[in-house]
Design a protein around this ligand. Structure first.
Ligand code: SF4
Length: 287
């Protein structure tokens, strides 16, 4: 039998520019079909990160040129101390809230505007909606998700935010078709946005992706300039948060800058050739 040894590429992080904070690893009100998180089948796990871990993380990285802190999850807005954490992070730099949008109503959008006005740093939103047809979107997310997402976009626009719409291309449609149809829907709902604010990311089933033909690293991957802080320690990226293969250390004071691209998640990043989680500020005109 022929033995084939695959050697994975190793990426060394040069600068920590993107700090992801996993607000909860398993708590989400949507539990989408295509999510990379393996949710417990029956139990509701409320595993929120402690505010002190975040404070220590921010202290440990004072010398780093962090451009953006991303509040991620599962669903970050379920964290009981969400507002405190948001204000804390905004003292440092811009903060991106990566959310399904279901906790954003008019009152919340007004409050977030007030918080944004207290600081010179910016609050950026990444709102997940996966298809321009309500039924197709709700089929993979949950019933009502489409309307929740649109309401969030509408209220955020009303308070002068300009959210990024994150689209996981679950149905594998051409990007131009997705963009065109999303823009039509937004226009019908009176949501002002443009193509530059629609971030389409490919979807691959992590369980069936072919590992034998590992792609060459030619794009930009999140582990090149980011790390994620979780309640269990530091990991390479949101995909590998809590996974021993992505473990970098126990604190941001001392963690490894190297990471071997050897998981099926890495294969997804290599295929997509762009950052899945971080914002490429050159590509997106955030205003
Ligand atoms: S999943 Fe992507 S971002 Fe995470 S370690 Fe692998 S290549 Fe890097």
């Amino acid at each position: 039998m022929k033995n084939i040894i695959y050697q994975s590429e190793v990426v060394t992080m040069e600068n920590l520019n993107n700090l992801f904070i996993e607000m909860t690893s398993k708590f989400c009100n949507q539990r989408c079909k295509h999510c990379y998180i393996d949710f417990p089948k029956y139990k509701k796990v409320e595993d929120f990160i402690d505010v002190d871990i975040i404070k220590n993380g921010l202290n440990d990285t004072v010398k780093n040129d962090i451009k953006c802190i991303y509040l991620t999850g599962a669903e970050p807005m379920t964290h009981p101390d969400f507002n405190v954490i948001l204000r804390l992070c905004l003292k440092r730099c811009d903060v991106c809230i990566c959310t399904n949008g279901s906790f954003i109503n008019e009152k919340k959008a007004r409050f977030l505007k007030k918080v944004a006005d207290e600081t010179t740093n910016e609050i950026i939103f990444k709102i997940s909606i996966d298809h321009y047809e309500e039924l197709k979107n709700d089929e993979i997310r949950y019933r009502g998700a489409f309307r929740h997402g649109l309401f969030a976009l509408k209220y955020l626009s009303k308070y002068n935010f300009n959210p990024i719409i994150t689209v996981t291309n679950y149905y594998n449609e051409p990007e131009e078709i997705l963009c065109k149809n999303f823009l039509k829907v937004f226009e019908n709902y009176g949501i002002e946005t443009d193509k530059a604010h629609i971030h389409i990311i490919p979807w691959y089933d992590k369980n069936s992706i072919e590992m034998e033909k590992f792609d060459i690293h030619t794009g930009k991957v999140d582990c090149e300039n980011g790390r994620i802080l979780t309640s269990k320690g530091v990991y390479t990226c949101p995909f590998l948060a809590g996974d021993y293969r992505g473990r970098c250390g126990s604190s941001l004071n001392d963690y490894t800058k190297k990471c071997a691209l050897e998981t099926s998640f890495c294969q997804i990043c290599l295929k997509s050739k762009k950052q899945i989680f971080g914002i490429d500020f050159k590509e997106f005109a955030i205003s």
